[in-house]
Each structure stands twice: as structure tokens, then as C-alpha cells.
Write a protein that binds this ligand. Structure first.
Ligand code: UDP
Length: 420
């Protein structure tokens, strides 16, 4: 009978212990780390497994007494774009098994993240009686509908995603919209629970606007439009920049656009950043736009609090952590009317939803919020309340914890000959 409270969260390409906000480091890294820490606080022994992507990285990083990241060597110890990582799955599985044996660990359950880790989890089930919970973070079936060039890896990805939905012990969709996509685009088989992503309601929401502006050196009477996230075309930063250039308030208010997020020169995020910077220049909004670079989670609460509106203009978003971070900070959100954003943002109550890529609609929505300060405060307060009641990491971890306990109990009963 399995009595172990040890669980493994697997995130092959999204290292939970690295800097967030650069290419390939975003919501998934935050999710795995925060869920892991919160589960640790609930008494689970949580090991977060990822691929070592740099030889100088420590193999083990202890986050809290019950939660640590373990980096396995699978493939070269250097950055490998996620579409090229699948080939290292067999090596990752072997290293995982070796680590488990060396450390005398017995994971009763693995929670895999993104399709590459789904493949790892399905392989592990062949070697040991282990429960697999899976979170997709992004669905190939949705993604490939929106891109013009389909990568070589697409067939494999779609097959793995379907097999995982049909065979994992439980799938966790982070929004009802994501669950619907799984059902209509992937398979009608398999069990899906909806458990959202969360945010730290103590970290976000602790500053007043005036303190935040004073700390960041932003004039108290300016109107601040804020974006934060990866530089990736699908994040729709172009729509935001075009919307701000169309704003009718440009001559009436001290309008400022802050575009936060890290980039690496020459890499795809660096190229997107350069493209956006050129567009800003072309549209004549250089004087009101700033690019502060990657914003750490120590400073991010200040930026949200200092802003009048946070814009999430993604072409598609399975969940979208930025929206709930802004809402937790009492900042209204203008977001694309897609995916998980339809679940987190309640249009006219906590912000406004606009058709994706429609810069005219985004301009109208941003202007509406900026020109009605009392309504802005109301939207912000309603957003804070919505996050407190639906999207705190502690609440999310409690729901996951109860799911894990149920699955582990079921599996121990099915293995116990006295019960079976
Ligand atoms: N982020 C950050 N600093 C940055 C850019 C992004 O801390 O400079 C964080 C952001 O706060 C959020 C995550 O990265 O927690 C992005 O998650 P989201 O779900 O919005 O998008 P994804 O990157 O998963 O597509």
C-alpha cells in the first residue's frame, strides 16, 4: 500500500527555479513553483523536476523546507528551444528513475506540465504504479489553428496530447474554456477537473497607487497603461502599441505606456522587442513609452499598483496569470476576449474584454477606463475581490491536494489485495 506523501511535479522545459519573464520562462514556471511551495505548506514533500539547461546551474535548489527543484541532465546542458526537447524524453525518464532509486524515494503521484512532460509521465507509468495528473498550459490543437507555419513536431505533440487526455488519471484544466477546447479539439475521453491558476494575494495588492508611483518615480497625475509578459508575437503587444497610438487622450492626459518583460539580443524575444520598439517609433509614441526590461516579482506589485490599467492583448491565452496579478493589485484589466481571460476578467465588472488583435476596440476600452476615475476604482476593487475568492495559490493548492489524496487512495485500494 502506498503511504508516501512524496509527489513530483515535472516541468521538463519550464525550470521553476529560474528568472521569470524571459523567453520560455513565464506562467508555467510560476505555476509549478508556487503550486509546489503551497503544497509543501500543506504537508506534502514536493520535488519539482526540470531539465538542466546550463552546466553552472546547481542540481538541487531548496525553495522551502518541503519543496525543492531538481535538475536532471537530459541532453546538452544548455538552452534548447522547447520544440527540440522531445528527443531527450527517454534520457529524462531514466535520470528520474535513477534519482528516485538513489534517494530511496517513492513518488505516489506525478503532476506533469506541458506536453513534453506528459510524455515523461506516460513513460513512467510503464515502470511503476504511479498516478499521473496533467496540466497542459497550452494546447497544440489551439495553437496550430492560429499560426501560419506548422512546425515539424506538431504531429507528435498532437498525438501525445490526445494520448495523455485519454490515459492520465486526471487532467487539470485551468479554465472552463480550456476544458471545452480539450473536449472539442482533442478527445471526448478522459477525466478533466477545472482547477484554476492562482496568485499571491498578499504579495499583489499591498501597495497604494501613490506609494507605488513615488517609489518608481512616476508622476502622481499621469495615466499609466501597463503590459508585462514575454516578448512573443502571440502576446499581441503590437495591438497594445497601436491602440495607445490611437488614444484620444494623448493630448489631454500625461499618458504613459510601460512595456515590461525581459529579452535576449538576437533570440526570438529580442527580435520581437526590436520589432515593437521600431513600431513605437514609427507610430510616434517613443516619448510616452518605456521598456523597463524584466521586472522581478519583488518590484512587480509596485508596477501593477502604479498603473491605471493593465492590458493583456494576447491572441490566445489558456489562463493568463498577468490578468489575475493585476486584479489582485486592484488594477482594472483590458484583455482579449479569448481563452482563460474570459474566465478571469469579468467584462464591465473587473475590466473590459475586446476582440483579439482589434486595436481600435482596445483603444476605446483603454480610453473609457482612463477617463472615468471612479469607475476605475470600482473595477479595481471588484477585481481584487474576485481574485481573493477564486484565485489564491493557497486555495488552488488545497483543491490540488484533495485531488491528489483521492487519486492516491484509489490507487492504494486497487493495489491492496485485501480490498481489491
Ligand atoms: N513575469 C515577470 N516579469 C516579467 C515578465 C513576466 O515576473 O518581466 C511573470 C508574470 O508576472 C506572470 C508570468 O511571468 O506571472 C507570465 O505568465 P502568463 O500566464 O501571463 O503568460 P505566459 O508567459 O505563461 O504565456
Amino acid at each position: 500500500m502506498i503511504t508516501s506523501k512524496s509527489i513530483a511535479l515535472i516541468s521538463v522545459h519550464g525550470d521553476p527555479a529560474i528568472e521569470i519573464g524571459k523567453e520560455e520562462a513565464g506562467g508555467q514556471n510560476v505555476y509549478v513553483r508556487k503550486v509546489g511551495e503551497a503544497l509543501g505548506n500543506l504537508g506534502w514533500q514536493v520535488d519539482l523536476f526540470t531539465r538542466k539547461s546550463n552546466a553552472t546551474q546547481p542540481t538541487v535548489v531548496q525553495h522551502t523546507p518541503n519543496c525543492r527543484t531538481i535538475r536532471l541532465v537530459a541532453g546538452p546542458e544548455e538552452f534548447v528551444p522547447r520544440q527540440n526537447i522531445y528527443g531527450y524524453v527517454p534520457e529524462f525518464v531514466q535520470e528520474f528513475l535513477k534519482f528516485q532509486e538513489q534517494q530511496h524515494l517513492d513518488y505516489g503521484l506525478v503532476h506533469t506540465n506541458y506536453w513534453i512532460s506528459a510524455a515523461v509521465g506516460m513513460e513512467l507509468k510503464k515502470f511503476q504504479p504511479i498516478q499521473q495528473v496533467h496540466t497542459y498550459h497550452s494546447l497544440g490543437a489551439v495553437k496550430y489553428k492560429a499560426v501560419s507555419t506548422i512546425p515539424m513536431i506538431a504531429t507528435t505533440r498532437l498525438a501525445v496530447e490526445k494520448a495523455c487526455l485519454e490515459n492520465a488519471d486526471r487532467i487539470v484544466a485551468t479554465s472552463p474554456q480550456e476544458k471545452e477546447h480539450m473536449r472539442t479539439l482533442v478527445s471526448t475521453k478522459g477525466q478533466i477537473d477545472v482547477i484554476p491558476c492562482g496568485t499571491d494575494i498578499h504579495q499583489f495588492g499591498s501597495f497604494s497607487r501613490s506609494i507605488a508611483r513615488e517609489t518608481l518615480g512616476i508622476p502622481q497625475d499621469s495615466s499609466v497603461v501597463f503590459y508585462v509578459g514575454r516578448f512573443d508575437r502571440r502576446k499581441g503587444i503590437e495591438t497594445l502599441v497601436r491602440a495607445v497610438s490611437r488614444s484620444t487622450l494623448r493630448d489631454q492626459q500625461d499618458l504613459r505606456l510601460i512595456i515590461g518583460g525581459g529579452w535576449r539580443p538576437g533570440q526570438s524575444d529580442g527580435k520581437e522587442r526590436d520589432r515593437i520598439a521600431s513600431l513605437v517609433e514609427e507610430l510616434g509614441i517613443t516619448d510616452l513609452t518605456s521598456f523597463p526590461g524584466r521586472i522581478g516579482h519583488d518590484e512587480l506589485p509596485l508596477y501593477y499598483a502604479a498603473s491605471n490599467v493593465c492590458v493583456v492583448p494576447s491572441h490566445y491565452e489558456p489562463f493568463g496569470l498577468v490578468a489575475i496579478e493585476a486584479m489582485a493589485s486592484r488594477t482594472p484589466v483590458v484583455a482579449s476576449d479569448v481563452g482563460g481571460l474570459q474566465f478571469t476578467v469579468v467584462s464591465e465588472e473587473t475590466g473590459l474584454l475586446c476582440p483579439a488583435q482589434d486595436d481600435a476596440a482596445f483603444a476605446v476600452a483603454i480610453d473609457r477606463i482612463l477617463s472615468h476615475p471612479d469607475w476605475q476604482t470600482q473595477l479595481g476593487q471588484a477585481g481584487r475581490e474576485r481574485v481573493q475568492s477564486h484565485f489564491s495559490w493557497d486555495g488552488v493548492a488545497r483543491q490540488l491536494s484533495s485531488l491528489y489524496s483521492t487519486l492516491m487512495l484509489q490507487s492504494s485500494q486497487s493495489l491492496d489485495p485485501a480490498i481489491a
